[in-house]
Design a protein around this ligand. Structure first.
Ligand code: HEM
Length: 639
């Protein structure tokens, strides 16, 4: 029993380490760059289109359609991943004529099964007018079927986790505080029965999640894709499928185990390990698996969050359902005593779980929300704030319940209201109804969580703060005998016109300029470098149009001036692309939340562990002292 927390933490750590050592990190798949860039008009038709995403893509579950001006699809000659880069999708085009084309993409993350979609437009030939491209709005509505499935998943998972915590940790302790032996056995059986049905329910919800995933894929894939073929492929050919199989196997094993444990066999430790396994598997398919740095910390926080929510919410429901079974088999006074002891032992478990929930939640929020303004303005942030509000309400009910049980907790309120010592806000008889209310709000918190987890997170370049320094409209550099200037208009993410002026100040100039090549490198993250030749539009003036600044932030632009018989003169420009045309008003703050929330969450976690250890040691000492005193009393009595 004493090994319980150590065992839990050890299995959690080893599972997360095992799961993270052999994998890359993942996110809701976002298109970060294309070649040709979005909104570019090319002089000649390309033979390939390259699309870079911020995570590996499952090409067999993704679709790419190139439509011409009339909306007619261009038959692609190939769709494949780059051999060296699983985040780069290459579309092989047939010979296409002048015109405007739009690429509609719908991709499945190879990691977490989230799908995303969007489109890119490009033109071929001087007469191409990009405004005429065939596009359709990308839907961003809340996927309610997914939200409900996630809600059911979390609720049943909470029951499974809570049942194990109560059976393994709460009931045996409560038993030791009462005089009747085995008085909690009916509760244990009742709770295990509930856990058995919850594990079975989780299996059914798992099937629902699988069918939902499959139906979304089939809606997107070609007409010849079948439920059977694609269903099998999804299981054995994607990371999502393997994790899903692991999840189902774990819940099936737990259902069998709960059946066995009802007959009093000692399988508790295996149940604890399996329950930790379900939390880790859940974390591996969540947004936490999308974090690219400190990914083990993000996964650990998420898995702990799931365990803590199960211990609290599932624990409350397990006791609510289990305790009446005890009452039915005992005298009223004994039943009252048994009920009280069980809730008393559960109190500290609930308090630690709430602490862990809050601090692991803060760490997760630090990973998933870029800034306080992103929290206020994004749908993700707003849903998270709603969830936190509901959590506070739930915490308030929890506090009222604890105060009704422990007059010590109610003491400050009693003093304030001038009530006698030992006063509690409600009598213990009201407890079941109050606890039911707490559990009810918990279920609403889980619904809000379903929305949060089904929504794209509020991090990424879109949430970068507006740069402090103002970008001059043009920059000029002197390189050897050349004077090179560079400018970008409107200088926003997306399509821009780049103008270069390159003249030699030596007279006569050593050589004619043959070519001007621009090389774009994004400095906020590794997107590689794109090289493009600018067109001469006037003497010493060169122009390039296109979406080469695909994201806001800092860019490095090399302007290479090539002349015959002379080494390239390369102007190097550090260039800032602001996220919007105008600085957005700062609502609260546009500074990163991560440096605040991560240390806060970790410090809170350490505080809980330290206080827990101190209290535990004090209790140990107290109980050994009581043992010694008890032994001495027996000895004296015997004499
Ligand atoms: C201060 C309080 C809390 C904060 C800041 C918080 C924050 C978060 C964050 C940021 C996530 C990650 C969502 C994602 O994957 O995009 C999350 C997930 C989750 N939260 Fe909370 N949370 C809090 C309280 C709670 C409570 C009270 C419950 C339930 C009783 C809860 C249950 C969950 C569950 C089930 C998940 C899903 C984990 C997964 O899918 O892996 N949270 N929370």
């Amino acid at each position: 029993m004493r090994k319980f927390p150590i065992l839990m933490i050890a299995s959690l750590l080893s599972l997360i380490l095992a799961a993270t050592t052999s994998r890359s990190t993942h996110a809701h798949a976002a298109l970060v760059r294309t070649d040709p860039p979005d909104s570019t008009v090319l002089a000649e038709a390309p033979s390939q289109v390259r699309l870079w995403y911020n995570e590996p893509i499952s090409v067999s579950f993704s679709t790419f359609q190139v439509l011409d001006l009339d909306g007619k699809p261009v038959e692609l000659t190939g769709i494949h991943l780059d051999e060296l880069d699983p985040q780069l999708v290459i579309l092989d085009l047939p010979q296409i004529g002048d015109g405007v084309y739009s690429i509609h993409w719908h991709v499945l993350s190879a990691a977490d099964g989230h799908d995303t979609q969007g489109y890119v437009v490009f033109g071929v030939g001087n007469s191409a007018d990009l405004n005429t491209a065939v596009t359709h709005e990308v839907q961003t509505a809340v996927p309610w079927t997914e939200v409900i499935l996630r809600w059911l998943n979390y609720s049943l998972m909470a029951l499974v986790i809570g049942a194990v915590v109560v059976v393994q940790f709460v009931l045996p302790r409560a038993q030791r505080r009462t005089v009747l032996t085995d008085s909690y056995l009916p509760a244990r059986r009742h709770i295990l029965k509930l856990a058995f049905y919850a594990a079975l329910g989780s299996l059914v919800v798992g099937v629902g999640l699988y069918l939902y995933q499959l139906s979304r894929l089939l809606a997107n894939l070609a007409a010849e894709a079948t439920w059977l073929g694609t269903g099998w492929e999804l299981l054995v050919d994607s990371r999502w499928g393997w994790l899903w199989l692991g999840r189902q196997a774990t819940f099936a094993a737990l259902a069998v185990l709960f059946g066995k444990m009802q007959q009093r066999s000692n399988w508790e430790i295996v149940a604890v390990v399996l329950v930790v396994g379900t939390a880790v598997l859940q974390a591996l398919t969540s947004h936490a698996a999308a974090v690219t740095d400190l990914s083990s910390l993000a996964l650990l926080a998420d898995a702990l969050h799931v365990l803590a929510m199960g211990a609290w919410l599932g624990g409350v429901v397990s006791l609510l359902i289990g305790i009446p079974a005890v009452a039915a088999q005992a005298l009223p006074e004994q039943a009252r005593q048994l009920r009280k002891e069980a809730w008393r032992v559960f109190g500290p478990v609930a308090a630690v779980s709430v602490g862990l929930l809050v601090f692991s939640g803060l760490v997760s929020a630090g990973f998933q929300v870029a800034t306080p303004d992103a929290m206020l303005t994004s749908f993700y942030g707003q849903s998270l704030l709603t969830k936190i509000g509901l959590m506070l309400l739930m915490g308030l009910f929890g506090l009222i319940n604890s105060a009704s049980l422990h007059s010590r907790i109610a003491a400050p309120l009693a003093r304030l209201l001038k009530k006698p010592a030992g006063w509690t806000p409600f009598s213990a008889n009201h407890l079941p109804r109050l606890v039911l209310l707490e559990a009810g709000v918990g279920l609403v918190v889980l619904l809000a969580t379903g929305i949060v987890t089904a929504t794209p997170t509020a991090v990424g370049p879109a949430y970068l703060p507006y740069p402090d320094e103002e970008q001059p409209s043009a920059m000029t550099q002197s390189v050897e005998d050349m004077i090179i200037s560079f400018s970008s208009k409107p200088n926003l993410p997306g399509q821009n016109i780049f103008l270069v002026r390159a003249t030699s100040h030596r007279r006569p100039a050593p050589a004619e300029v043959a070519k001007v090549i621009l090389r774009f490198t994004y400095l906020e993250e590794d997107l590689g470098t794109v090289s493009v030749e600018a067109q001469e539009i006037d003497t010493a003036a060169y122009r390039l149009g296109g979406g080469y600044f695909s994201l806001p932030g800092r860019w490095h632009v090399d302007v290479a001036v090539r002349r015959l018989g002379v080494e390239d003169s390369i102007g190097q420009f550090e260039w800032i692309v602001p996220p919007t045309a105008e600085p957005q008003p700062v609502l609260l703050s546009d500074q990163s939340l991560r440096p605040i929330l991560l240390p806060l969450g970790l410090a809170g976690f350490l505080l809980i562990v330290t206080v827990g250890l101190i209290l535990w040691r004090r209790k140990q000492r107290q109980s050994s002292l009581e043992d010694v005193l008890g032994a001495a009393e027996t000895l004296v009595g015997a004499k």
